[in-house]
Design a protein around this ligand. Structure first.
Ligand SMILES: [Zn+2]
Length: 317
């Protein structure tokens, strides 16, 4: 289904309301037709190609649910940020940046990228830099490169139309994804706050309800707070030493009933970022293959934080 945000800026809604494995696309009906991402609806994309034209596909980033149908447009130039281009150009880089090269998930992801989300490497015809102004006919877009979800996640701001395409800074209840190998929580937060500070009337996201009316500062704060809850759950789990396998099996993020390598991978991709931070801040230790939270410095009795936090004190060091 296509809905028109403006005369020239359309949303190609993905299947399942844009829930994974689908992602909404944007279509700019100007400058020969620009499709932003190719994971929405193959029939609508084909109709656009035939009836309206697709002069280029702009990829917000290299994730599988955004390139799903890209291989059906083999002759259309692909544009992306310079930082994300290597993963669109090479399966080996894609696997490395998912963080699955050389571990137990490599074979699974090779199959995923061969079958369910067919990956065909594409030479990126034009790389786009942060702040660059793009002209699609009379339609003006400013590139906002927002590292954290991927190294060069590309958002598009249409200042004359009051529209900002946020891509996978998607404000969804699940919370942020910062699990790719070159990415992390701090970069994600910085980018999310920067995006929320851009003045626009309508913010378009890749998943679920596609349009959020601005301002979105409150929604972005709630979205980022999911990250804090994940870290709190992990802290609680690590009152006792836990191995990588035990952490993965606990399903702190996806919950019970979500089995298989996709969830194993995703749990670890996200939680390992929290562990990296906790180790770097000397809040946790890794000893004999097990992670454990360190006890905080002994607080003065009257300075004890409220419930919940006191639990960390008993685990000793
Ligand atoms: Zn993504």
């Amino acid at each position: 289904m296509i809905t028109r945000l403006t005369d020239k800026i359309w949303i190609v809604e993905g299947g399942k309301s844009g829930r994974y494995p689908y992602a909404h696309s944007l279509y700019v009906a100007d400058g020969g037709g620009i499709l932003v991402d190719a994971g929405s609806d193959p029939a609508e994309i084909e109709r656009l190609r035939k009836e309206n034209g697709i002069a280029a596909v702009v990829m917000t980033h290299y994730h599988e649910d955004h390139f799903t149908f890209l291989s059906r447009l083999p002759d259309t130039p692909v544009w992306s940020s310079a930082a994300d281009a290597p993963a669109l150009e090479s399966l080996e880089t894609l696997l490395a940046w998912y963080g699955v090269l050389g571990n137990e998930w490599e074979a699974f992801y090779r199959k995923v990228f061969a079958e369910k989300f067919p990956f065909a490497p594409r030479k990126v015809a034009r790389t786009i830099a942060d702040g660059e102004e793009l002209r699609f006919g009379d339609t003006r877009a400013v590139a906002v490169v927002a590292p954290g979800h991927t190294p060069g996640h590309l958002c598009l701001h249409f200042p004359d139309d009051g529209v900002l395409f946020l891509g996978d800074y998607d404000l969804a209840a699940f919370g942020p994804w910062y699990g790719d190998a070159p990415c992390g929580i701090d970069a994600f937060r910085r980018s999310a706050r920067r995006l929320a500070g851009i003045a626009a009337d309508r913010f378009v996201v890749s998943h679920e309800g596609p349009v959020h009316r601005g301002p979105i500062a409150g929604k972005m704060t709630a979205y980022l707070a999911v990250t804090d809850r994940r870290e709190e759950a992990l802290r609680n789990l690590l009152r006792e030493p836990r191995t990588r396998a035990e952490i993965i099996a606990r399903r702190l993020i996806y919950g019970p009933g979500h089995d298989g390598p996709w969830f194993d991978y995703s749990e670890w991709a996200l939680l390992s970022k929290h562990l990296d931070g906790m180790l770097a801040r000397d809040e946790a230790v890794l000893r004999n293959g097990a992670y454990r939270i360190k006890s905080p410095p002994a607080p003065a009795q009257r300075g004890l934080p409220p419930d919940g936090h006191q639990g960390f004190i008993v685990c000793g060091n």
